[in-house]
Structures are given as structure tokens and as C-alpha cells.
Design a protein around this ligand. Structure first.
Ligand SMILES: [Zn+2]
Length: 600
């Protein structure tokens, strides 16, 4: 066996994929598809270069809600037989293709159906420009199989090329080398030369334009949004420089952003070479750009070194949050990064409270067998993962830890890793039998135990100490308008709003609103935090703004706590259902599957 075969044979099974990569594995994909906005379908061919490792008679792909029309083998495209297995919840159906021991090429002709959860088709009305329809994909965690028949496991990597036909007035972009400009034919070709896992397959089609930021960086957005985005993300080049200084060369050539319509369910998705990003970070003051640092950091943790299964998700997200905060520290100083750590800790505490102290979902190493990974992936992977890495950094010193992280990224570049592999690497490279150090790092407590380990050091922030002072004076009677808030960034505001008491009078809410204009804020983080208070205390002045927000924004992180706050009372639930009925077409399936369960 080659080392690659050995890796494959020894890799832990991915319980969220039907693929059997130790038997036969895909290495390269040639996608040739047409995007039909009238029928809301994608149809075409996926041709795989495969390696038949076991020299057996089958290769297995993942599909969900796909129509498989025909499967062919070889250059000459000889039809072959195939079977679709039984439908399994979340996972879809295995596509078992009959091959020969020497088969190198498998072509699957298919089309998508209305059940393609990765795809969101937006009407012109749902875009910023209101003139053209829009399509974007979201493949993570296991939705790539709803728009491409694919071996849909993060432990399997492929290179790809693609030919995509779209309506002539629209531009197509992918997680690949991109065209930058519309052409008159509506046919675009793409090339991704670096091997990626399936969840990073991404496509978007719309009335898009491109503007550069630096030599290597730029932005795709609708014409109505592009200038605001160029202003907001002007510092992305500096972030790239800071990231490379920390953890080595950026391995993907270009780094561009695609600003999506507001229905995008996430803050960002780290599709390689082209991060997809929510327009809710266009705050006009560059105050929410840590999100870009986060997505950029994924170019190392996640895209370059990938969690082998979704049980190891913390390796993607914990590292990325740690790296994101380091980039922000490089750019804006330690006090700035401290604020992000404290806010992250608050999120973590909320999640720990919600899940309960003994919940197995609060361990870093998860066990998501039998569950939809999208539902099991929480702040734990992000923030507990980050604090674990900060704990190691404290134990060995920053210089030593940075060397270790650099070596980790180099050693596992373009490979999948998992918790065991990482911990072995940690033991052999850092701990080296030092028992005292092992005790400080406390692998058992962080990785395999629920909650936070004994002796956890809570993060602190000097800038937030001033916010807390202001809050205390307001509580003891000082008028809101007289508080010293001049220098506050949106992080300080968020901290302030989160501190507000659960019970407030109409008068108190009105006073704060008048002094600080929360209800009319253009900052989505501030708004989302403020609405929790206006809902709890039935401050109806904010109702219209709340409804506008919910019908426009599809970002799950905002929707879930707001709908939850509404659903806490029978009256609020009625309101929630009425708004949801109107807003649902603006949400992606990732958001609606969570909300459907919550509001049923
Ligand atoms: Zn992330």
C-alpha cells in the first residue's frame, strides 16, 4: 500500500458518508452542469477520475434528493449499471456504481430536485438589486451530496474543474480560479488545482461584479453592494499579511470574498479562494471584520488541514477561532482581541448552560452518529476549542506554541486529520513525556470531558471594564445620555447590551433607545442583542424594526435566539409564527431546519 492507501485504511470511519474510500476513491472531478433558474435545477455530468484501490467491482458515492439518470465508465462512456440504496435520514441514498478492476473514469449524469438543501434560489425581490435571480450553495456539513453525486466525507479530497452554463446576464463563481468578469455566452470554466474535501464545493450565480482590494485579494458582490463591501473589507490584504506572518504561506493563490444576499445562513463560509460572506457584517465602520479574519484563518485550519469526520469539528473551528483572535491582535492590539475572547466566552457559557453540565455535546471530541451533524455542531467546537489552545499556549509560551502550530500545518497540509492524530502530535512535539506539562495541558479534561475543566481561566478585558463601570453608573441612576460611550466599538456596545437586566421598564428601554438609537442601529450584532430585550419586555416600539430584520436577514446565529425569545410566551409565539410564515422563503434550509424544529 502507498502511504495514502494506508492513511485511508486506518482513518476512522465517517458515519455521515456511505462512501468506501478504502475500496475505491475519487481523486478528481470534472463537473459539466447547467443552472436553470426557471426550473430551479442543476443538471449535467459529474465525471470522476477514480482509484480502484481494492480492484473490486464497485464504487460508492453519496447522494440526497438527486435524480441519477445514467452512469458511464471510461473515456468511451460505456453505460454501466448502478443502484441507489435506501433513503437514510439526513444521509440520503448511497449510489453504488458497478465498475471494473481497471476502471479509471466514472461519469454520472444527474439533475437536482426541489429537495436540494444546499441550493438557495432567490427571486429578484430577494436580492439587493431586485432585477435578477440569484443562486448560492452551502455544502457544509453534508449537503454537497444534494447538488453533486460525490464521496461526501471531509476525509476524502479531490481536485476539480468545472464548466457551468448560466443565463447570459449573470456571472458564475466557484471555490476555484474565478473568471472575474461576465462574458457574452454565459458559459464559465473553473479550475481548483489544490485537493479539497467535498464540503468546500461551492457555486454562486447572480448579477455579480468584481473589484480588487490588493494584488491577491478582491470582492465579488451585486452592483448595489460592491462599494460598501470594498470600504468595509479594505483591510483584508493586511489580514492576509498578518496571517502569513503567523502561520506560514497562504497556499491557495488568490483570496477573494463573495458578498451574498442577506438570506445566507452563516456569517461566512470558508470556501477556498472565495469566502462566502453575509452582508450583515457591512456595518459601515469596519467593526465586524473579525469574521473575515476567521474565514481567512480557515485557509489553514480546515481547508489545508481538515477535520477527518464531523466528530473532530473542533480541529477546524477551535484552531480557526484561536487563529482569528491572533490575526486581530496583530492588527488592532491585545486589548481588542481580549474583547473578542470575552464575548466568545459569554457565547460559550450560554451554550454550556443550554446543553447542561453533563451533556456529551460539550466535549471537544463529539459522537454524532445517527444525528444530523448540522444540529450537533455548536459553539463548543469554536470557543472551548479556542480556550483549549490558549491554555496550551499559556503552558508552553507563545513562541514555542507558534512553532508547534506552524509545524502542525506543514505536516498535515492538504490532508485530513482527527483528534487522535492531533493529540499524538501534541504529545510527541510538545509534551514529550513532561508530566507536569501534561497535567497543565489536561487533554482528558478539555477533549473528552463535558463542560470546562477545573482551574479554567476566564478571559478578561480592560476595555470592557470601562463598559461595566458605565453600566453600573446607569443602574445607579446616571442618565444614559451622560454615559461616556464616545470611543466604543460595536464590541463594547454588544457587551453593554448583553449586561442589561432581564426585566426592564418601558421607560428604561425608551431612555436607552433615545440615547443610543439601538432600534434603528445599522449594526446587526447590536440589533440582534437589543431585540432580545425588547421582546422580553414587550417594548413594542421596536416591533416594526424586528419584523424588518427577521424578514431580511437569514443568518441562523441571529434568528435562533430571537425566535426563541419570541416563542417563550404564547403571544410572542403567535407573532413569531406570523413573521416566520412571511420570512421563511428568505431563509436557507440550514436555518429553516433549525427553526421548524423550534417553532413546531
Ligand atoms: Zn469557522
Amino acid at each position: 500500500m502507498t502511504t495514502q492507501q494506508q492513511d485511508m485504511a486506518q482513518a476512522p470511519a465517517d458515519v455521515h458518508s456511505f462512501a468506501k474510500p478504502a475500496e475505491a476513491v475519487a481523486r478528481h472531478l470534472d463537473l459539466d452542469i447547467a443552472v436553470n433558474f426557471d426550473k430551479k435545477t442543476i443538471s449535467g455530468k459529474a465525471t470522476y477520475q477514480i482509484e480502484n484501490l481494492a480492484k473490486g467491482n464497485r464504487i460508492v458515492f453519496d447522494t440526497r434528493g438527486l435524480n441519477i439518470e445514467q452512469v458511464y465508465l471510461g473515456e468511451e462512456q460505456t453505460p454501466t449499471t448502478f443502484r441507489l440504496g435506501d433513503e437514510a435520514k439526513f444521509l440520503g441514498r448511497p449510489l453504488e456504481v458497478d465498475i471494473k478492476p481497471d476502471t479509471r473514469l466514472v461519469t454520472i449524469q444527474y439533475n437536482t430536485t426541489a429537495n436540494a438543501d444546499a441550493l438557495q434560489w432567490l427571486s429578484p425581490q430577494q436580492t439587493a438589486g431586485k432585477k435578477h435571480p440569484f443562486l448560492f450553495t452551502q455544502s457544509q456539513a453534508i449537503l454537497a451530496r444534494t447538488w453533486i453525486p460525490i464521496q461526501d466525507s471531509p476525509g476524502i479530497r479531490i481536485t476539480y474543474s468545472a464548466k457551468v452554463k448560466v443565463p447570459k446576464e449573470l456571472l458564475a463563481v466557484m471555490s476555484a480560479e474565478n473568471p472575474m468578469q461576465k462574458n457574452s455566452t454565459g458559459e464559465y470554466t473553473f479550475e481548483m488545482r489544490q485537493a479539497i474535501p467535498s464540503y468546500l464545493m461551492a457555486l454562486s450565480v447572480g448579477d455579480l461584479v468584481f473589484k480588487p482590494i490588493g494584488q491577491q485579494t478582491g470582492i465579488y458582490a451585486e452592483p448595489a453592494t460592491i462599494d460598501a463591501a470594498v470600504y468595509e473589507f479594505a483591510e483584508m490584504d493586511k489580514m492576509l499579511v498578518a496571517a502569513e506572518k503567523l502561520y506560514g504561506k497562504y497556499r491557495w493563490d488568490r483570496y477573494d470574498l463573495l458578498v451574498l444576499p442577506p438570506s445566507f445562513p452563516f456569517g461566512g463560509m470558508e470556501n477556498p479562494r472565495l469566502t462566502f460572506v453575509t452582508p450583515t457584517v457591512l456595518a459601515k465602520d469596519r467593526s465586524l471584520t473579525s469574521l473575515i479574519a476567521h474565514e481567512l484563518a480557515h485557509s489553514w485550519s480546515g481547508n489545508l488541514v481538515t477535520n477527518g469526520t464531523w466528530d473532530d469539528f473542533w480541529l477546524n473551528e477551535g484552531f480557526t477561532v484561536y487563529f482569528e483572535r491572533r490575526i486581530m491582535e496583530e492588527l488592532y492590539g491585545k486589548e481588542y482581541a481580549d474583547m473578542l475572547n470575552v464575548l466568545g466566552f459569554q457565547d460559550l457559557q450560554n451554550t454550556l448552560e443550554e446543553l447542561g453540565p453533563d451533556s456529551e455535546d460539550t466535549r471537544l471530541k463529539l459522537d454524532l452518529e445517527g444525528r444530523d451533524p448540522d444540529e450537533g455542531l455548536t459553539d463548543i467546537a469554536y470557543e472551548k476549542g479556542n480556550f483549549f489552545l490558549q491554555n496550551i499556549e499559556r503552558a508552553v509560551g507563545r513562541e514555542c506554541f507558534d512553532q508547534f502550530v506552524n509545524k502542525y500545518f506543514q505536516t498535515f497540509a492538504f490532508q485530513s486529520t482527527n483528534t487522535d492524530l492531533f493529540l499524538d502530535f501534541l504529545r510527541s512535539e510538545l509534551i514529550k513525556g513532561d508530566e507536569k506539562l501534561a497535567e497543565q495541558i489536561n487533554i482528558e479534561g478539555w477533549v473528552y470531558s463535558p463542560g470546562l475543566p477545573v482551574g479554567f481561566q476566564k478571559p478578561t478585558s480592560s476595555r470592557f471594564a470601562q463598559v461595566e463601570q458605565a453600566y453600573t453608573s446607569w443602574k445607579s441612576g446616571k442618565p444614559a445620555a451622560q454615559l461616556n460611550t464616545k470611543e466604543w466599538s460595536s464590541h463594547e456596545w454588544l457587551h453593554f447590551i448583553r449586561m442589561l437586566p432581564e426585566q426592564m421598564s418601558e421607560q428604561q428601554l425608551a431612555e436607552l433607545d433615545k440615547a443610543f438609537g439601538f432600534t434603528n442601529s445599522g449594526n446587526s450584532e447590536v440589533l440582534a442583542a437589543w431585540f432580545i430585550h425588547t421582546i422580553r419586555n414587550n417594548y413594542t416600539t421596536a416591533d416594526q424594526a424586528l419584523e424588518t430584520f427577521l424578514t431580511n436577514v437569514g443568518r441562523r446565529k441571529f434568528l435562533v435566539p430571537i425566535y426563541k425569545a419570541l416563542a417563550a410566551t404564547p403571544e410572542g409565539k403567535k407573532k413569531a409564527l406570523a413573521i416566520y410564515a412571511k420570512a421563511k422563503p428568505n431563509y436557507h434550509a440550514v436555518s429553516t431546519s433549525t427553526l421548524d424544529a423550534m417553532l413546531k
